[in-house]
Ligand binder design. Structure first.
Ligand SMILES: Cc1cc2nc3c(=O)[nH]c(=O)nc-3n(C[C@H](O)[C@H](O)[C@H](O)COP(=O)(O)O)c2cc1C
Length: 181
């Protein structure tokens, strides 16, 4: 599979952008071409080979830029490999992650045309200084697990058909077989 991957994100306070950039960096380290863009500004999706969309969860809802991105491009995205992530519980305990997963699933159910190959929930960031009352009373926390984020990016590259499938596609023998068909 050839062509660049788009990593699009919806963020309010920036932590989801940081994660999108880490995903993009991990994909680049595999030798893949990657563009990272705010989901609200990402257009011309059809020129990409695959798309990763991430968004923060706020009060049970996936960031509107991420959801609108899926809606806006659903016809194109339905025909290409897509991966999705959501941010982010304060701790990665089973219940918090399960709640976040259900919130993300509710958003994805609104765009059934798009069927992500991988879906992840990553821990989020609370920076009370940037929040209004009463949220500025929350303790500061950062539950992002950078190793897990990079591992998911590599898993997603596999699910997109890069790696083994890509090297097989470049194998001259498979080209020969295709020529004979
Ligand atoms: C007011 C508020 C509501 C939130 N609601 C949720 C939520 O419903 N589910 C969840 O998993 N995380 C929730 N979070 C955590 C955010 O998703 C987390 O802070 C995330 O890292 C924010 O991303 P951003 O920095 O890209 O905006 C909430 C955070 C705040 C401040």
């Amino acid at each position: 599979m050839a062509g660049a991957i788009l990593v699009a994100y919806g963020t309010k306070h920036g932590s989801t952008r940081d994660v999108a950039e880490a995903v993009a960096e991990a994909l680049s380290e595999l030798g893949l071409a990657v563009d990272t863009r705010p989901a609200g500004l990402a257009d011309d999706v059809s020129r990409y080979a695959a798309v990763v969309v991430g968004g923060a969860l706020y009060t049970g809802r996936w960031h509107p830029d991420a959801l609108h991105f899926l809606r806006r491009h659903k016809t194109t995205l339905a025909r290409m490999p897509v991966a999705v992530f959501g941010m982010g519980p304060r701790t990665m305990d089973e219940r918090s992650v399960g709640d976040a997963r259900a919130q993300l699933a509710r958003a994805l159910a609104k765009v059934p045309e798009v069927e992500p190959r991988t879906i992840a929930i990553f821990g989020g960031v609370i920076d009370p200084d940037g929040l209004r009352f009463p949220f500025n009373r929350m303790p500061a926390s950062d539950a992002r697990d950078w190793a897990a984020i990079r591992a998911w990016a590599r898993e997603t590259a596999d699910a997109f058909g890069y790696g083994k499938a890509a090297s097989e596609a470049g194998d001259p023998r498979s080209e020969l077989q295709q020529t004979h068909r």
